[in-house]
Design a protein around this ligand. Structure first.
Ligand code: SF4
Length: 209
């Protein structure tokens, strides 16, 4: 990432962190993927039961790999033949790992989901939810965050899964109702009822979509 962009992001992150804390969430800033990984592993005690939604950002900092290879009870959905069973186990995990599709400058998160296992676990169930969020996901306000989630994150994710949706042809949301749509459930997280349940690590890198 270009030096001036990193400088701007570091300044903006202070506002984002203040916003998250005002919403009863924990938040901290990491300059690099390596620093983010170190901070994440400091938060998750050995032996913890950990699950995750489909998150490129969690993979990108090396967290899923570290948990798989470490002394943790990591629920690896890909290794489960019964995906429903893996999803149900996630609701009682000590930690659920995720990113968000977009976040506002004052700490509101937007997530869109097809199966809803990710947004439902963010909303309720796991004792802790740890978000890994690249500064590329920060948007001015909820309107911009929703536009980013729908017109950037969802079309790219639809491409990633090889889905037959209009956005895989146009590159932008066409507000479809196709059978393959991944835009079934929209979650806006504006406050955490339970102090310390949600923890966000903002990373000064481009992570995920
Ligand atoms: S609503 Fe349909 S077209 Fe729009 S992003 Fe979602 S899947 Fe793509």
């Amino acid at each position: 990432m270009e030096e001036m962009t990193k400088k701007r992001n570091a300044l903006l992150a202070k506002k984002v962190i203040e916003g998250l804390r005002s919403r009863n969430m924990e938040a901290e800033f990491a300059e690099t993927k390596e620093e983010a990984l170190k901070k994440a592993l400091e938060l998750i005690p050995e032996g913890a039961c950990v699950s995750m939604g489909g998150s490129m950002s969690v993979h990108a900092i090396g967290l899923s790999e570290a948990l798989k290879n470490g002394n943790y009870n990591f629920i690896d959905r890909d290794a489960y033949e019964d995906k429903r069973q893996a999803m149900l186990l996630a609701y009682d995990a000590d930690f659920f790992l995720s990113s968000c599709n977009a976040m506002t400058e004052d700490g509101v998160m937007v997530n869109i989901d097809g199966n809803a296992n990710r947004v439902s676990a963010i909303a309720q169930g796991p004792k802790h939810v740890l978000f890994i969020v690249g500064m590329n996901k920060i948007c001015k306000d909820v309107d911009h965050a929703m536009k980013r989630a729908r017109n950037v994150a969802s079309p790219i994710n639809a491409q990633r899964f090889g889905l037959k949706t209009p956005c895989t042809q146009t590159g932008s949301c066409m507000n479809c109702k196709s059978a393959d749509t991944i835009c079934c459930q929209f979650l806006i997280t504006r406050y955490s009822r339970h102090a310390g349940r949600i923890h966000v690590i903002l990373v000064n890198e481009d992570l995920g979509y």
